[in-house]
Design a protein around this ligand. Structure first.
Ligand SMILES: [Zn+2]
Length: 112
């Protein structure tokens, strides 16, 4: 009876990347959506009379895109999931709601 060797060490090494893979795809989806919505907002902003709502929306979407880019950069750097201020692990529940979160709730409230 042949036993299949279990690559437990390898699994342990890749688990971190696999753990974040879901967040990476969430971030990439959100980024694509932001870019798309921003294009629509910018079209609105120039098509109609100067539209401050559409312009503000475009600016907000640009900030969100930048937050997502920063989160993707942290994924690359291996620091994703850690607060950029205090290096505490950000709870997964928070990342589920906001994959681009850069700070833990405590630091976020302090920064706001
Ligand atoms: Zn923090």
């Amino acid at each position: 009876m042949a036993t299949v060797p279990t690559p437990s060490r390898k699994a342990a090494r890749t688990s971190s990347a696999e753990r974040w893979a879901r967040f990476r795809s969430m971030l990439e989806e959100q980024r694509a959506e932001c870019v798309r919505q921003r294009e629509l907002a910018l079209v609105d902003a120039v098509a109609s009379l100067p539209d401050p709502v559409a312009m503000a929306r475009g600016a907000q979407l640009l900030r969100t895109t930048e937050e997502i880019d920063a989160a993707l950069a942290r994924l690359e750097a291996g620091t994703y999931g850690r607060c950029v201020s205090c290096a505490t692990g950000i709870p997964l529940e928070r990342l589920e709601v906001r994959p681009s979160a850069a700070r833990c709730v405590t630091c976020q409230q302090r920064a706001a």
